[in-house]
Design a protein around this ligand. Structure first.
Ligand SMILES: [Zn+2]
Length: 97
């Protein structure tokens, strides 16, 4: 596993970690995610989602059991596709190498 290293990462301090994202409602795995920079997870950018367990082509992001995780947005500052994550809809765990 190699982190994506680009202008988006640089804009967030050049620091990344890998998160395991699970649905808070049912505990099913949603995806792995490269989180750039510190701070909480408000958005998940499509280009940072790794091995999604359900479709990321729709306007909603849902877990395998249909629980709503977030809605698709364009993050205007970077003109970048993302899902806005609902507060407390997921559990994040750092993946250690
Ligand atoms: Zn769920």
């Amino acid at each position: 596993m190699k982190f994506k290293n680009d202008k988006y990462k640089k804009a967030r301090g050049g620091y990344s970690r890998l998160l395991n994202i699970t649905c808070r409602e049912c505990g099913s795995s949603v995806c792995e995610y490269q989180k750039d920079g510190s701070g909480s997870l408000k958005r998940m950018y499509l280009d940072r989602i790794i091995e999604p367990k359900s479709s990321i082509r729709r306007k909603d992001l849902r877990c395998l059991n249909g629980h709503l995780i977030g809605v698709r947005i364009i993050y205007k500052k970077e003109n970048r596709q993302a899902f806005r994550i609902f507060v407390d809809s997921v559990i994040k765990k750092n993946i250690k190498f």
